[in-house]
Each structure stands twice: as C-alpha cells, then as structure tokens.
Write a protein that binds this ligand. Structure first.
Ligand SMILES: C[S@@+](CC[C@H](N)C(=O)[O-])C[C@H]1O[C@@H](n2cnc3c(N)ncnc32)[C@H](O)[C@@H]1O
Length: 171
C-alpha cells in the first residue's frame, strides 16, 4: 500500500494490547489509523461517502461484530471490489459467510489458496427489496458445530475418541 501510495485505513481501538506495534508500523509507512471501534468509524466513513476497492474484516470476532463490519464494509465497497474475512474456522464467521451466500447474490466467493480466509467479489448492485430474507442457518452446520464443541470441550471419553476417529476418516 505504501509503495502505490493508495489510501489505506486501519481501525483498531486496542493497539496498547499489542505494544503499539501495528500503530508504529502504520505511522512509519505514512498510512492512516483510527484508534476507535469499527462500529464508530465505519458509519462515519459511509456518511462521508467514502469508498474502497478492498475491505479486510478481522476485528471483533463475535458474530454481531463481524456482521456489523460486513454491513458497513458493503456500503463502503465499490462494485468490482473485494472483501476478505479472516478466521473462517470460527462459527461466528461461518454464519456471516452463510448469510452472504444465501442472501447476497451480488457477492461471489472467489477461490483462493489460503486456508482460514474467505474472499468475495462484489459483482453487482444489491437489488433485494426491503422484505428480503433467505434462511441461512442449516441443520448440517448446526449439528457439525455442536459435534465439534462437544468433541473439543469437557472430559475426554472413549465415545469421544471413536467419534473423533470416524470424523477424521470422513474428512
Ligand atoms: C485477530 S487481530 C487481527 C489484527 C490484524 N488484522 C492482523 O492480521 O494482524 C484482531 C484485531 O482486531 C482488533 N479489534 C477488536 N475489536 C475491534 C473492534 N470492535 N473494532 C476494531 N478493531 C477491533 C483487536 O484490537 C485486534 O488488533
């Protein structure tokens, strides 16, 4: 970003938790940092009619935090632009991905060789009407999440070992 001199905005209210390392790197590169919550900064950027070619969501990892970042990220993303989400192993991220897949035909997921990321291109306008909703929770996703939670928490048991080995074989 520094090499192309393109505008780059980072948002992070907790830099002191990371010895301000990101802050120092951003300053050294002459890029912009907002030391505030994304739910405060993104609406302000949208109000100012800012737009971007690339949005990276990797902040608050709770479902509602990611969803709000996606909502405003979408308002800020140009048509043809790309949106990248990190930590697709998390159920919260997976639910946002399922929402996009079922409800946002204007976003097309791109194949990428990186694990734990999901990249989308915004290919058209959002043409949904105000009543639009498509169910995005699936039985498979819910059962799989419950199974993984059960396997990875609490006491180990013979049953858990058997279920785990079956799951590994089915991979
Ligand atoms: C997993 S780290 C990722 C940082 C960076 N994307 C990277 O890959 O190095 C998550 C970051 O999001 C920040 N964060 C947490 N909640 C946030 C929020 N509500 N708004 C903006 N940033 C937030 C944290 O301070 C942390 O730096």
């Amino acid at each position: 970003m520094a090499a192309t001199q393109s505008r780059h905005i980072a948002i992070d209210p907790f830099q002191e938790r990371y010895q301000n390392l990101g802050k120092e790197n951003i300053r050294a590169l002459g890029l912009e940092l907002h030391e505030d919550y994304s739910h405060q900064v993104l609406p302000e950027l949208a109000r100012n009619m800012e737009s971007f070619e690339f949005i990276f969501i990797d902040g608050d990892h709770k479902f509602d935090g990611i969803f709000v970042d996606f909502y405003y990220g979408d308002l800020l993303l140009k048509q043809g632009g790309y949106l990248l989400l990190h930590d697709t192993w998390m159920r919260s991220t997976q639910l946002v991905l399922a929402f996009i897949r079922k409800n946002r035909p204007d976003y097309v997921r791109q194949r990428i060789p990186c694990r734990n990321f999901a990249l989308f291109q915004k290919v058209s306008e959002d043409q949904r009407d105000g009543m639009h909703y498509r169910e995005f929770l699936s039985l498979k996703g819910t059962v799989s999440h419950k199974l993984i939670t059960w396997l990875s928490t609490g006491k180990s048991s013979a049953l858990k070992k058997i279920v785990f080995s079956i799951k590994e074989k089915l991979k």
